[in-house]
Design a protein around this ligand. Sequence first.
Ligand SMILES: Nc1nc2c(ncn2[C@@H]2O[C@H](COP(=O)(O)OP(=O)(O)OP(=O)(O)O)[C@@H](O)[C@H]2O)c(=O)[nH]1
Ligand SMILES: [Mg+2]
Length: 319
Amino acid sequence: MGLFDKKDKRQKKESGITKYLEGYNKTNKSLASKITELFGGVTAIDDDLLEQLLVVLIQADVGVVTSEKIIEKLKQKIADDFLTRKDQCLEALAEVMSEVYDPDSVSDLEFTKGETKVIMMVGVNGSGKTTSISKIAKYYMNQGYTVGLIAADTFRAGAVDQLVRWAERLGIKCITGKENADPASVMVDGCRYFKENPVDIIIADTAGRLQNKKNLMNELSKMKRVTGREIEGAPHEIWLTIDATTGQNGLSQASQFIEATNITGVILTKMDGTSKGGIVLAIKDQFGLPVRFITYGEDIDSITEFWLEGYLQTVIEEA
Ligand SMILES: Nc1nc2c(ncn2[C@@H]2O[C@H](COP(=O)(O)OP(=O)(O)OP(=O)(O)O)[C@@H](O)[C@H]2O)c(=O)[nH]1
Ligand SMILES: [Mg+2]
């Protein structure tokens, strides 16, 4: 049974394969086409090919360490299984990428109708928190969940309005605080409101300014603490938005948030602005974090739940 026979039927059913591939094709095209180009001229599976492949991976933002790991494992597989054909080598590449991502280490997202779960969205400013919140809200509403928002970004003028406008368009409630109010107090107000008026999923926006690590840690842990006091186990998810166009620089900014709080997943944004789809593998390998959603445009439907097999399929299928 090949790698791509094991597609996750549940996800496929929920969102539709066409939608997945539409998203991935937009974002992953260049990594795929560079691999196609490389393998197009291949006459032998040798060290020279592997060296060129390493360069392609690094250029696609897979990161040096992760790219080297992939090439090392691929070399081993080629030797162990006596692979000589390029289609075998490509299949092996997808298998190795899957091993590096290690999908078994990623738990399924669990939202249940009638049970409130809280998602806190964090990330540097401009990385796409507010926009992604609206997209994710609509995504889950389409699946029949009820969603409410908390505008706990009280720092930036206009941030609250931005989220309120999205909520109005979606026809859902958004709890707000005053500008410069303590974000933790807005979290409390929001949780209390949604305890009285329950929804399945609460998504909270936070301020994205890059402070020093200690302040960031203090602020996030206070928000977490008060949220947990209001709703048991909350926040159930803390998602970090990473702007894919910022590449390795974005990863190092993201690492400040990862050190400051226990992030549970990544929303990889602006994939339409980059051809470097490899960042997905770097995030998982370097930070141990699964990519939960990718976004690829400014309109509200430009989002897809991350699906490893779909992603890998676009990497190798064209070649
Ligand atoms: N092309 C493209 N633009 C995006 C995407 N996601 C967000 N944007 C744009 O990026 C800009 C910043 O997005 P926001 O959602 O406001 O980012 P934020 O993290 O909330 O920013 P702050 O509130 O300042 O911390 C906006 O102009 C969005 O329209 C995407 O997937 N693709
Ligand atoms: Mg925002």
